[in-house]
Design a protein around this ligand. Structure first.
Ligand SMILES: CC(C)(COP(=O)(O)OP(=O)(O)OC[C@H]1O[C@@H](n2cnc3c(N)ncnc32)[C@H](O)[C@@H]1OP(=O)(O)O)[C@@H](O)C(=O)NCCC(=O)NCCS
Length: 291
């Protein structure tokens, strides 16, 4: 086969990076069906990424064959998010990912992004090596704790704009801020970003913040089956109550499950087990690189 005649050194010179297009999808599908044990979301995201004005979808070609892809998404606050990094199996370890990462960084810098982040599995050593080589450092490891929805007595209330200062000071002095280095899951989609007062205000105005006197949490509704807790801070007693109240909120919204995304730490494990949440997934590592 043609690719066998490329040795590692010459391949780098042959890599051509360009924008991804709708017709590329058929080639992309050839190597993105079974990327992970659960499959891959990339073919489904492809058309949206091609059309999106908030990101750049790039492909790497070698002699007109599509051998890799990468998507860089531009968030507010001069932050970027890297996702969908895939290289065709027989073209790996030849610098394709490296060339795409560098091209994505160039685009992000042109958009004045100051930092770029991504999420990868703690066991994905190939990805970690590739990203570390280009300046990425692991920031925080997240875990997902899961609970079934349920009945109960509701004591939390929705936060209003008047609560922003109280919530911000709870966040500012929280273990979550320290453990996460202020990087939390974003409200829209599978990505992480820095928590800011403006984002808290936005969450409050979007009716995603529930609070007790000395704790608050932020909810995300990403699919029909579940609710995600993105931020939970405050005094333990009130935080426990919120973890329990969310099961009730989820039941009212006809969801089946609640997921709490938290930095993987002994404290999160204790809170989760006391509130009857089970550890569901670990090893979601967030990497960051200054541009
Ligand atoms: C991770 C992935 C994108 C790397 O692509 P690639 O084109 O092989 O990477 P590169 O050739 O540019 O390698 C960059 C660095 O990472 C290292 N690396 C790549 N694969 C590696 C592996 N399997 N084990 C150890 N190191 C590896 C390379 O050695 C290289 O460093 P070097 O130049 O100093 O040798 C590719 O393996 C892939 O598509 N994996 C499946 C999808 C995936 O996991 N994507 C990331 C999700 S966040």
């Amino acid at each position: 086969m043609a690719f066998l005649c490329y040795d590692t050194r010459v391949t780098r010179d042959l890599i051509h990076i360009r924008k991804g297009t709708l017709p590329d999808l058929s080639q992309i599908q050839e190597f993105t069906q079974n990327t992970f044990s659960w499959g891959d979301y990339l073919p489904k995201a492809w058309n949206d990424w091609v059309r999106s004005k908030r990101g750049d979808l790039l492909v790497a070609e070698i002699e007109r064959k599509v051998v890799g892809t990468i998507h860089v998404r531009y968030l507010e606050n001069y932050e970027a998010w890297l996702e969908g990094v895939r290289v065709r199996h027989e073209f790996r370890k030849r610098g394709v990912a490296g060339a795409m990462i560098q091209a994505a960084h160039e685009r992000a810098k042109k958009k004045k992004c100051r930092i770029i982040r991504l999420e990868t599995g703690v066991d994905n050593h190939a990805a970690q090596r590739a990203f570390e080589k280009f300046g990425y450092r692991a920031i925080v490891e997240y875990a997902e704790f899961k609970a079934k929805t349920g009945q109960g007595e509701m004591t939390a209330r929705l936060a209003t704009a008047d609560d922003v200062s109280a919530c911000w000071s709870l966040w500012d002095s929280s273990w979550l801020k320290r453990a996460s280095k202020a990087i939390v899951p974003a409200v829209y989609g599978w990505r992480w970003w820095e928590y800011t007062r403006a984002r808290l205000m936005n969450d409050i105005l979007g009716e995603r913040v529930w609070m007790m006197r000395r704790a608050f949490l932020v909810l995300r509704e990403m699919d029909r089956e579940s609710l995600d807790i993105l931020v939970l801070v405050g005094a333990k007693r009130d935080a426990m109550k919120l973890l329990s109240d969310v099961k009730w909120i989820a039941a009212r919204k006809k969801k089946q499950d609640v997921y709490w995304l938290a930095p993987h730490s002994p404290r999160a494990e204790t809170w989760a087990s006391e509130a009857r949440y089970k550890l569901d997934e670990t090893g979601l590592v967030i990497y960051a690189c200054e541009l």
